[in-house]
Design a protein around this ligand. Structure first.
Ligand code: QAP
Ligand code: CO
Length: 173
């Protein structure tokens, strides 16, 4: 297993449209294992392959308190189950240190392949519903910051640009 580098906003690679996985083979299983290791180490509750510069439609999520509910969604497809919206403060490993209110569908269903390549469907509400929508956005090149005002987005960009310059000077990135 390996811990992967996480791309951070405003890295343009985060805007790449991820491609569907053709076959859930050993290569894909290795990506899933590395994504879990990276996500748990961060620590985070959700990670999309796009965030580790792998532009394939793979998501790992664990919203449990004790890292006991590892979920894998390969080629996920979301269907809306009712029109209710819910606003939640979200964070993102690609936008470290920032937490913003985002409004999303409260109740959805997700069809996907699991880590063995078997199809499943899951109804999602609450934090899981928010998280799966946040991660599918990543696969489509969309970020949490796209939901905030342009002024706020600019402030976040400027602060992260500064952080990245400091890290470059210290040889971290
Ligand atoms: C997406 O985000 C999410 O800023 C997953 O310094 C988050 O795991 C969906 C993290 C909240 C719904 C609600 C963020 C870790 C982790 C940071 C994450 C940070 C360290 C974010
Ligand atoms: Co994110």
């Amino acid at each position: 297993m390996a811990i992967l580098d996480i791309l951070e906003f405003p890295d343009p690679r985060l805007r790449t449209l991820a491609q569907p996985v053709k076959e859930v083979d050993a290569r894909v299983k290795k990506i899933v294992e590395d994504m879990f290791e990276t996500m748990y180490e961060a620590p985070g509750i959700g990670l999309a392959a796009s965030q580790v510069n792998i532009h394939e439609r793979i998501i790992t999520i664990d919203v449990s308190e004790d890292k006991s509910e590892a979920l894998v969604f390969i080629n996920p497809e979301i269907t809306v189950l009712d029109g209710e919206m819910e606003t939640m403060q979200e964070g993102c490993l690609s936008v470290p240190g920032f937490y913003e209110d985002v409004s999303r569908i409260e109740h959805c269903s997700v069809k996907a392949l699991d880590r063995n390549g078997d199809a499943f469907e899951m109804e999602c509400t609450g934090l899981l519903a928010v998280c799966i929508q946040h991660e599918v956005d990543h696969l489509d090149g969309k970020l949490m910051v796209d939901y905030v005002s342009p002024l706020k987005r600019k402030r976040i960009k400027d602060k992260l640009d500064k952080k990245h310059k400091l890290e470059a000077r210290e040889g971290k990135r």
